[in-house]
Design a protein around this ligand. Structure first.
Ligand SMILES: *[C@@H]1O[C@H](CO)[C@@H](O)[C@H](O)[C@H]1NC(C)=O
Ligand SMILES: *[C@@H]1O[C@H](CO)[C@@H](O)[C@H](O)[C@H]1NC(C)=O
Ligand SMILES: *[C@@H]1O[C@H](CO)[C@@H](O)[C@H](O)[C@H]1NC(C)=O
Ligand SMILES: *[C@@H]1O[C@H](CO)[C@@H](O)[C@H](O)[C@H]1NC(C)=O
Ligand SMILES: *[C@@H]1O[C@H](CO)[C@@H](O)[C@H](O)[C@H]1NC(C)=O
Ligand SMILES: *[C@@H]1O[C@H](CO)[C@@H](O)[C@H](O)[C@H]1NC(C)=O
Ligand SMILES: *[C@@H]1O[C@H](CO)[C@@H](O)[C@H](O)[C@H]1NC(C)=O
Length: 269
């Protein structure tokens, strides 16, 4: 009898401990960890990326910036959280990388496609590096969450891939000061949330303006020093939010539509 009570008590204590552990475990999974750790596969993409374009201090014009990927190397090999690396921005809840701010990072070499496996990216800034006349890889189409893309002044060349016109969340696209050529994909003008588009200073980039809808949200449009040609459409007057329109040193012809006078927000023409 005494033994039976003892066993019962033991069982009770055992079950109580088990239940407590269960509660502790649950609380742990519900409470966010103090610092979000980056995901292993995204971390290895970054480590691979710092190997591929090499570092070269003459690759960036802004020499005040120090090498961001060099700091990745030092930190990465020590197994720290890549969300804390310079230029890397993670989502606080999911730990996925949502921003890469690698402008003026002394990157010198071909841009491979492995960076485009970071499919949660919302911001990609690679401005002011030297990608040695790389083309934009078609894999850019994997970045369907991308809102801001800055590849300006970074020695890119070749055609602008039509895949960019399928990135429906784009609001800001800067491809200026490169050597892009071929025909600019006109569907990029139709992206529903586009606010700023700059493809200026690509002297061999050819293109025409589309018909613009009143739903168009453009605030800034810069095509200067390109080979854009044809007429300025009357529908340019539908760009009611436009503040800057820069079309200098292009190959446009015809008359200037009077509808431009309807652009009441314009401060720069
Ligand atoms: C560094 O970049 C410059 C041009 O920006 C190039 O001439 C030079 O060869 C590069 N050095 C190395 C080691 O790649
Ligand atoms: C990485 O680890 C090495 C060896 O323990 C150490 O010397 C170095 O300072 C560490 N670097 C960083 C950035 O923590
Ligand atoms: C533009 O094309 C011309 C003729 O093909 C070429 O000589 C020139 O270097 C090109 N410009 C750029 C910036 O690539
Ligand atoms: C204008 O709207 C029509 C129909 O809604 C659409 O098919 C077209 O692509 C739009 N054009 C632009 C420039 O947004
Ligand atoms: C500029 O565009 C015209 C078409 O409007 C084309 O015939 C010409 O080859 C283009 N020039 C360059 C340098 O791409
Ligand atoms: C402008 O376009 C015409 C044809 O429309 C072309 O012959 C000429 O080469 C172009 N100018 C430049 C600077 O590309
Ligand atoms: C300017 O806008 C008004 C009102 O939306 C419109 O009636 C008019 O036709 C437009 N003028 C031009 C030249 O597009």
């Amino acid at each position: 009898m005494v033994l039976w009570v003892g066993d019962g008590l033991k069982n009770f204590i055992f079950l109580f401990l088990l239940y407590s552990l269960h509660v502790i475990a649950r609380v742990h999974t519900i409470m966010p960890p103090a610092a979000m750790l980056c995901h292993d596969h995204e971390r290895s993409v970054l480590l691979h990326f710092k190997q591929s374009p090499s570092l070269n201090e003459s690759a960036s014009y802004d020499s005040s910036a120090y090498s961001k990927t060099e700091s990745w190397k030092a930190r990465g090999e020590n197994g720290t959280d890549c969300c804390s690396w310079h230029g890397v921005e993670c989502d606080e809840k999911t730990g996925y990388i949502i921003g890469l701010h690698l402008n003026s990072a002394y990157l010198y070499g071909t841009l491979g496609s492995n960076i485009f496996t970071l499919v949660h990216l919302q911001t990609l800034n690679l401005a002011d590096n030297n990608f040695r006349r790389s083309t934009i890889p078609h894999e850019i189409s994997h970045l369907s969450s991308l809102s801001r893309l800055d590849l300006s002044f970074s020695v890119f060349s070749g055609p602008i891939p039509t895949e960019l016109s399928k990135l429906f969340k784009l609001t800001y696209l800067d491809l200026s000061e490169n050597d892009f050529s071929g025909i600019f994909p006109v569907d990029i003008f139709h992206l529903p949330h586009m606010l700023v588009l700059d493809v200026g200073d690509n002297e061999n980039l050819t293109g025409v303006l589309p018909e613009f809808n009143r739903t168009s949200s453009f605030k800034e449009l810069r095509l200067s020093f390109t080979n854009f040609s044809g007429n300025l459409p009357i529908s340019v007057g539908n760009l009611q939010s436009l503040t800057k329109l820069k079309l200098g040193a292009c190959n446009f012809s015809g008359s200037i539509p009077t509808s431009i006078a309807n652009l009441t927000q314009l401060t720069h023409l």
